[in-house]
Write a protein that binds this ligand. Structure first.
Ligand SMILES: *Cc1c(COP(=O)(O)O)cnc(C)c1O
Length: 345
């Protein structure tokens, strides 16, 4: 690490070539259905505008976000793109949608005028969604639903697909969209007119396995370096709670990345690369640092690959009992989705 100035403790690299490859792979798999690029949560932590630009250039025909705020942040960069707000919209969101030309999703209550609307049907997700399709008014452009378990439960996914097809059959003139990444990749009957794909676009497997199995390439690399090397004597430990105690003289390296950077505390035990070789994260991950075992020794400045070169987000997710989505969304800062207020001065 360089001294003084502002020292980056780690470095993210987004490969637009990988995003473009994934967009092409999805478009190929979709067999004629449109690809809508889901870039909510700042593009799953990858950077919404960069991913959106690459996906649109490759042939995606719309962008999907969770909130009108996320859409407003993208609008200046993409003045002409179709932008669909997937989350529920209140009156302020509807006003913003009219002003900056967004499409919204309606899952209950009256359908507002003067803004293109997608009616969302609940076919089994058990969250937002209408229980039946009302006669679509003039502003309704799409009918949609969302899968609960397309990554893991074929029978339920087919049940949801059947319900959706039946409920929307009279309205085949509207754009019908149902599939997420897992649905788009594995259920041809769910591809319909468009698929809303997020995770696969980033080259992360919706199934938690190797993204290469579906022809996807991870788009993000996350790198740092060894900031300190030390040898623990037998009985010495590293980190909070003394959860790693050396049984024999053990060389460890300290990496200046921790859970405040998105390297979750539960990721202790996962593997990263140090100077190209696999190394296990030992002890408790701290807020700003983690330790790796270096049985063959190491040096300050050795490159550490936290994600990339075969170190998969899916593997970190598996070790920490979560899904790749959650790891990715936690990695980098994103436009605020909640308001912050300071009180009690
Ligand atoms: C997030 C989201 C998607 C994208 O899901 P992936 O599994 O990331 O492809 C699709 N549709 C809706 C309604 C979503 O909220």
């Amino acid at each position: 690490m360089r001294e003084n100035a502002v020292v980056a403790r780690s470095h993210f690299t987004l490969s637009l070539a990988a995003v473009r490859h994934n967009a092409r792979t999805l478009i190929g798999a979709l067999g004629g259905a449109e690809l809508w690029a889901v870039v909510k949560a700042d593009g799953y932590g990858h950077g919404a505008a960069d991913v959106a630009r690459a996906a649109l250039a490759e042939g995606a025909t719309a962008l999907c976000v969770a909130t009108a705020g996320e859409a407003a942040a993208l609008r200046p960069d993409f003045p002409h793109a179709r932008v669909i707000v997937l989350g529920p919209s209140g009156p302020d969101d509807v006003r913003a949608a009219r002003e900056i030309g967004l499409e919204i999703v309606v899952s209950d209550g009256p359908v507002p005028d003067g803004v293109p609307v997608h009616l969302k049907l609940d076919t089994g997700m058990g969250r937002w969604g209408l229980s039946e399709v009302p006669a679509p008014g003039r502003d309704v452009v799409g009918l949609m639903s969302h899968f609960a378990s397309a990554d893991s439960d074929p029978a339920f996914t087919r049940l949801q697909t059947g319900r959706f097809l039946e409920a929307t059959a009279p309205y085949s003139h509207l754009t019908r969209h149902l599939a997420n990444s897992a649905g788009a990749l594995r259920y041809p009957e769910a591809r319909l007119d468009a698929a809303r794909c997020g995770i696969a676009l980033y080259g992360i497997s919706p199934f938690g396995g190797d993204p290469g199995d579906d022809g996807l390439r991870p788009a993000l690399r996350w790198e740092s370096e060894i900031a300190l090397v030390k040898t623990l004597r037998p009985g010495e430990s590293t980190g909070y709670g003394r959860r790693f105690v050396a049984g024999a003289p053990t060389c460890i390296g300290i990496v200046p990345v921790g859970y405040a950077d998105g390297f979750r505390r539960a990721m202790s035990g996962t593997e990263v690369l140090v100077a190209g070789r696999r190394a296990t994260v030992v002890g408790t991950v701290s807020m700003d640092a983690l330790a790796v075992a270096l049985p063959d020794g190491g040096s300050v400045g050795d490159p550490v690959t936290l994600v990339g070169d075969g170190v998969l987000i899916e593997q970190h997710a598996c070790v920490s009992g979560t899904i790749g989505y959650e790891i990715a969304c936690g990695l980098v800062t994103r436009p605020p989705r909640a308001q912050r207020e300071v009180v009690g001065a």
